[in-house]
Design a protein around this ligand. Sequence first.
Ligand SMILES: [Zn+2]
Ligand SMILES: [Zn+2]
Length: 283
Amino acid sequence: MAETAGLLDCGFGIRFWGVRGSIPVSGRSYERFGGDTTCFEIRVAGRRVIIDAGSGLRRLGQAMDAAGEQDATLLFSHLHLDHVIGLTAFSPLWRRAGEIAMYVPACAAADPEAQLSHLFGEPFFPVGFAQAPGKVRFSRFVPGGEPPLPGLDLATTALTHAPCAAGFRFRYGGRTLVILTDHEHAAGDPTQELIAFCKWADLIVYDAMWDEEVDYEPHRGWGHSTWQAGLRLLEAAGARRLACVHHSPDLPDAALEQRKADLRRRHPESFFARQDDVVVLIA
Ligand SMILES: [Zn+2]
Ligand SMILES: [Zn+2]
């Protein structure tokens, strides 16, 4: 795994800065798939959009520093700790010139600034959110409602996970990228609503934390899905490729290689994403 990846430079694509679920992990048995939690960089229509602030966000911030990029747009799928844990280490927050727009799914009256401010200041962090010199602007969006980012062909949908969790669909240049994490599939077939959301997608990034035949049953109802359910959705939607993410912290590289091989036998185009992987949809 490269120590520092660079920023994505293409017409439309994704870099996986963190693909681990629940909690960051490290050590030699995690070197191949990586230990950082959820953070994806989307390059679309000349813009850079960051999905989630897991621990992978720290290295993305470093890549932005190296490229002299100060401003950032962050979209949150939800605010569970593994999706926000990188925020305090995001260098643009600590630069006076940085302007950071954060879009938070909010189904209730909760104030996203107040929610995320809990991560900063004592007793969890030595510096309060108000002391970070970067300028932050918060916006709320309702999953399935008005698109949060004007000027982009971006839709959201409510996922089965936290009380308010969002999936995303970007369309650009005739290509479609769908992000569905974190999410637990419905029993049986995928819902018509989700099939419609994923219709003809070129890539579905999917919460495949479990395997139906190995470890899903004891975790049914925990809010995460399986690669088998991801494949059923892919096939029902006529989509092209599945990128499995949110790997369990209990799965070292050898276990993920086994799942990768099982998935490949069923669908050779699909894969288990590794940290720093890139998929370019338009060069
Ligand atoms: Zn998660
Ligand atoms: Zn979660």
